[in-house]
Design a protein around this ligand. Sequence first.
Ligand code: URA
Length: 237
Amino acid sequence: MSSERLDKIISSSGKYTRSESSKMIRSGAVRVNGEEVRNPAFKADGNSDKITVNSRKFVYKKYIYIMMNKPSGVVSASDSPSDVTVVDLIEGELKRPGLFPAGRLDKDTTGFVLITDDGDFAHRILSPKRHVSKTYRVTLKEDITEDEAEMIRTGLMLNGEKLLPAKVKKLDGEHVYEVVLKEGRYHQIKRMFARFSNEVTALERTAMGNLELDSSLKCGEYREMTAEEIMKVEMKT
Ligand code: URA
C-alpha cells in the first residue's frame, strides 16, 4: 500500500469531507503513530500506520463493497434527475462519495446489486473477457420448450449477434427458471425470451460469480461485504 495525504485518508471513511478532515488535522485531533500531525498533506500509509482521530482508532478502508437487494422501481445508477437510485438508498457509515453500482439492472428487476467505489474491481467483474457469471431467477409467462432451452445453452442469436452459451434450468414454481449469463447485454434476459415470443414477468438477480445474494436481506436492504465474499464474486463458477 502506498502513502497518501492524511486528509484524503481521513475523508475516505465517508464520515468527514475533505475540508472537514483538513480542519480536524489542523486542530490537532489526528495522530499518526502517536505523533500529532497538523499538516493535511502529510503522507501516511492508511493500512500500516496507526492513525487516531480524537484519540479513537481510525480504521482505513480504501474501497467499500456493498451488497444490496435492489427493490423494484429504483434505478441502478449513481444519480438520476427523476428516479431514486441504488446509491440514494445508502445511508450512514457506508455512505461515501464515488459510490456506483457495478453493473446495471433494469428499474423493475430486483436482487443483487454490488455497489462500490473500486473502479478496477467493477471493471474486472463486468468485463466480458472475464466471464464472471450473473445468475437470475426468471419468471416467464409460459414455459419454454426443450428446443428453446437448447438454443440458449448453445448461444442464442439476437439481432444478428451470437450470445455466449448460457445455462438454463427449471426451478420450483410456475414458469420459473434459473438463467446464468456470462455477459450482460442491454435487457438481455428479457430480449432472449422475447425472441421466443415469451415474456419475463419477474426478474431477480440471485448471484454474482460464486456469491449468492444474502437471503436475510429484504428488498431495499444492504450491508457491507466481507473480504471472502468480495473474492467469491471473482471466483470462477
Ligand atoms: N436482463 C434483463 O433483461 N434485465 C436485467 O435487469 C438484467 C438482465
